[in-house]
Ligand binder design. Structure first.
Ligand code: NAP
Ligand code: MG
Length: 503
């Protein structure tokens, strides 16, 4: 059965979005907008209609070198000279500009990623603005400490300084392009660093619009540079660059490994890596099912499953299993698939033909291996990269469908009998990004929360994100944390100054 898709008309496009798409696209290097890049241009596509949206410059080594030079000059010059309160002011101004341009940015984000623009307007874009505001607040609060030496406290006056790590590269994926840009840029600026951002090749547009807003906000030239381009050229050049002091990355575990290798082989640049996941949602029979069932559905179907912390493994206590699976499958069947600019759309398409092919073939392979498709399981519509919300059961927990990141709206549902059982099953993965636990028993909730190996644990909730809440992975889900003071510290070096004061 092919699902009914709500397509959009290009006449639904805002005038200012059309004007942005029509004008030549430019990368930002040292405060200058540059239309020509060494790699020529590449096309950004609307994944809902499979039509071209815009041609954008393909930055390569030469542009990377120029951007690193510009970022270095700003780091040692104008941005360093600006007092923290001035830096905070630029960040607050940028947050204001994001709010002023919210509807335009949301529609542009929707067109480029396929996600419903009304969802981007409610979540992605305001969250990005709040991250700039939050870290703008930290810009005036960076501090070291004084301390006494353990072995010789009388002889030395000792203090630490928290200093910016230097020139930062941010390399981001396509699932939340605008928010991810803020996650990389904001804490780096708060620490006093300068930044080069490389968005994913599939979603360059809101990063290019952000570059314009950065200039409007009055940041000194070179403080933020934006390079659109490919991972194997621009991204790899940043990862290998001796002039980049720190790289902060979100994306696949495979590319995370390449970046770690490039860092090791160049200047041992510092790394924050936010990688993949296969996060468990654990529902005990005593949970409030009216809340747990819709949350389990949203955990895997939201953003069409293209979420690093998607709740892609659902574990239900045996006595509640049938009810929960049926409930989640029904919600999936009722969800309206559609294009970004259609107000009725609840779920957008997958990002690209490649992603659709990948998700489809993983589900087909699972079916051949005997997995039951409870609902969904196929492409939706005859145009666009839509995939139906899908619930799978009866899989081998060691099979690839149950262990690999699918990055689509595909749920692997399994059952369990007791607390020990579920902790072992939840932790039986190379990933460790997030976990969600549903129970009416607070003691059990905490016991399981402590035993699960994941950077984020949500109890009777899913997907709690906040600028003040650290987020990041255990195991192969990555290195380091974003958000909160942990996210700020990731862009600071500690210098210990010891002065002899004894006689
Ligand atoms: P990806 O290849 O890891 O891409 C993420 C970013 O890294 C993009 O900007 C990409 O540029 C860049 N990149 C690629 N190769 C690079 C290299 N050698 N050196 C430096 N940068 C490089 O992810 P993807 O291709 O977009 O998605 C593939 C899979 O990754 C998905 O199916 C999913 O499993 C996972 N993923 C995870 C997340 C997450 O949030 N954890 C997000 C997106 C994807 P290009 O865009 O030019 O390739
Ligand atoms: Mg696109």
């Amino acid at each position: 059965m092919t699902r009914h898709i709500l397509y959009h008309e290009l006449s639904d496009m805002r005038e200012d979005v059309r004007a942005f798409l029509d004008r030549p696209k430019a990368i930002l290097i040292g405060g200058e907008f540059v239309e020509k890049a060494s790699g020529g241009t590449f096309t950004s596509e609307d994944p809902g209609l499979e039509t071209a949206l815009a041609e954008v410059p393909a930055a390569e080594q030469a542009e990377v070198d120029a951007a690193v030079d510009a970022a270095r000059s700003a780091f040692e010059g104008e941005w360093a000279k600006m007092v923290p309160a001035g830096r905070a002011g630029c960040m607050f101004k940028l947050a204001d500009l994001i709010y002023q341009n919210l509807d335009q940015l949301a529609q542009l984000e929707g067109l480029d990623t396929g996600k419903p623009a009304h969802i981007a307007a409610a979540l992605d874009i305001p969250f990005a603005a709040e991250v700039f505001k939050y870290y703008g607040g930290w810009a005036t609060k960076v501090r070291g400490s004084t301390l006494d030496l353990a072995l010789n406290p009388e002889q030395f006056h000792v203090y630490t300084r928290a200093e910016p790590v230097g020139v930062v590269a941010g390399v981001i994926p396509w699932n939340y392009p605008f928010a991810q840009a803020a996650f990389k840029i904001a804490p780096a600026l708060a620490a006093g660093c300068t930044v080069i951002l490389k968005p994913a090749e599939q979603t360059p547009l809101t990063a290019l619009r952000l570059a314009e807003l950065v200039v409007e906000a009055g940041f000194p030239a070179g403080t933020v540079n934006v390079l659109t381009g490919f991972g194997h050229t621009a991204g790899a050049a940043l990862a290998a660059h001796h002039g980049v002091d720190k790289l902060t990355f979100t994306g696949s575990t495979d590319v995370g490994r390449l970046i770690a290798e490039a860092s090791a082989k160049s200047n041992l640049k510092r790394l924050t890596l936010e990688l993949g996941g296969k996060s468990p949602v654990i529902i005990f029979a005593d949970a409030d099912m009216d809340k747990a069932i819709p949350a389990a559905a949203a955990a895997i179907f939201g953003n069409s499953g293209q979420v690093c912390n998607a709740g892609s493994r659902l574990f239900v206590e045996a006595s509640a299993y049938d009810r929960v699976i049926e409930g989640v499958a029904e919600i999936g069947k009722g969800m309206q698939l559609g294009c970004a600019m259609n107000a009725g759309s609840e779920l957008g398409p997958l990002m690209s033909a490649t992603q659709l092919q990948r998700v489809s073939s993983m589900v087909e392979e699972a079916q051949r291996a005997g997995v039951t498709v409870v609902s969904g399981g196929s492409q939706g519509g005859d145009k666009g990269y839509f995939f139906e919300p899908t619930v799978l059961t009866d899989m081998d927990p060691a099979s690839s469908i149950a262990t690999d990141e699918i990055f689509g709206p595909v749920l692997c549902a399994m059952t369990f009998n007791d607390d020990d059982d579920i902790v072992a099953a939840a932790n039986d993965t190379n990933f460790g990004l997030a976990a969600s636990i549903w129970t009416g028993n607070p003691g059990r909730a905490h016991r399981v929360a402590h035993a699960v190996k994941a950077g984020a644990v949500w109890v009777n909730a899913f997907g709690v994100f906040d600028p003040n809440l650290p987020f990041g992975g255990y195991k192969e889900s990555g290195w380091g944390r974003e958000f909160g003071i942990e996210g700020l510290n990731a862009f600071l070096e500690t210098k210990a100054v010891s002065m002899h004061i004894g006689a």
